[in-house]
Design a protein around this ligand. Structure first.
Ligand SMILES: Nc1ncnc2c1ncn2[C@@H]1O[C@H](COP(=O)(O)OP(=O)(O)OP(=O)(O)O)[C@@H](O)[C@H]1O
Ligand SMILES: [Mg+2]
Length: 315
């Protein structure tokens, strides 16, 4: 668990980067920080692993006030993907990913296996990329090496500052999917910064929206942030199409299904596990405006709208 308790950061030149920020991230959860450039997201992350010390307030990680923990010790248990990647330029991809396992004295064969598995995971086959140097990679590939490095020892806490910013949309979606799987299965507590609100909605258990002056506007589930923005700033930040984004994380509700008609046999069909976004896409391409959900019934545009509105009302 990570707790920020009334944390404020004023840099020596007088810039207030973070103002009276309080939030708690339960163990195993993914919290996503979003907000405009310069609102204090990176500063907030760096206060968790003590690369930046708060001016006031407390940061509590795994039950201990981090001000009392040796920073080097603290950082060994916290994987960190920095915004500018920060690979070691004179070391190969494999050696970069192996940094922390080597520090911890893992055996060579264990390191090798772990590193190769991670490179496969981030879509960089080790036989092709393992012996290259960072300057022989594209920007997006370097970012993926940064992600693999942060995951190397399967740390209990993972801080990721725009980890997929330079990755193309297709590879990005694949990585988000892999990441989701890892995060759902694992008990890692994650703080992720992104400018991509859809990424926030897809990966976050909770989203922290920070306002322009370094304070917290809303900290809530994706459903709440999109469905019930707490302030005009949040509403504006998530965009006027926020309810369309919400479709991507809203499940089908059996109570909104209509009975099957005899001629629904030719309607497009989706499984119960589909999201409303997939249903909407199918409705738009269907002549009848009806989409069959297995043998359970049919969804129409009206059913999609009712489901979204009920989800918001229940949030
Ligand atoms: N070392 C520093 N000294 C003085 N001001 C700083 C320092 N580092 C950051 N700042 C300022 O603090 C504010 C917050 O910066 P921070 O890097 O946390 O923003 P951010 O939300 O991560 O922005 P971005 O989305 O652009 O990465 C900005 O106004 C920035 O100029
Ligand atoms: Mg930043």
């Amino acid at each position: 668990m990570i707790t920020l308790d009334s944390v404020t950061k004023v840099y020596p030149d007088g810039t207030t980067a973070v103002q009276d920020l309080s939030l708690t991230i339960p163990a195993g959860d993914v919290a996503v920080l979003v907000g405009p450039s310069g609102c204090g997201k990176t500063t907030t992350m760096r206060m968790i692993n003590r690369l930046v010390d708060p001016t006031s307030g407390r940061v509590i990680v795994a039950g201990r006030d981090t001000a009392t923990v040796d920073p080097v010790q603290l950082r060994r248990s916290i994987g960190y993907v920095i915004q500018q990647v920060g690979l070691f330029g004179h070391q190969t991809v494999r050696r970069n990913v192996a940094t922390v396992p080597i520090l911890l004295g893992w055996r060579a064969d264990r390191i090798r296996r772990r590193v190769d598995d991670l490179l496969d995971l981030v879509g960089l086959p080790p036989e092709t990329y393992g012996d290259r140097y960072p300057h022989q990679l594209s920007g997006g590939q370097r970012q993926r090496v940064g992600v693999a490095r942060a995951l190397a020892i399967d740390p209990p806490i993972l801080l990721m500052d725009e980890p997929f910013g330079a990755v193309d949309p297709i590879e990005r979606a694949r990585l988000q999917q892999e990441m989701r799987q890892l995060l759902i299965d694992g008990d890692t507590t994650v703080v992720l910064v992104t400018h991509d609100i859809d990424e926030a909605v897809r990966l976050g258990d909770r989203i922290a929206v920070m306002g322009p002056t370094g304070h917290l506007e809303q900290f809530a589930s994706p459903l709440e942030v999109l469905g019930r923005p707490a302030t005009p700033f949040v509403a504006d930040f998530v965009g006027s199409d926020r309810l369309v984004r919400l479709l991507g994380v809203t499940a089908i509700d059996v109570r909104r299904l209509q009975p099957l008609h005899p001629d629904d046999g030719s309607a497009p069909q989706l499984p119960m596990a589909a999201t409303l976004r997939e249903v909407l896409a199918a409705i738009l391409s269907s002549d009848s405006g009806r989409v069959r959900i297995g043998d359970a019934g049919v969804l129409t545009m009206a059913g999609v709208r009712e489901t979204v509105q009920a989800a918001i009302a229940g949030a």
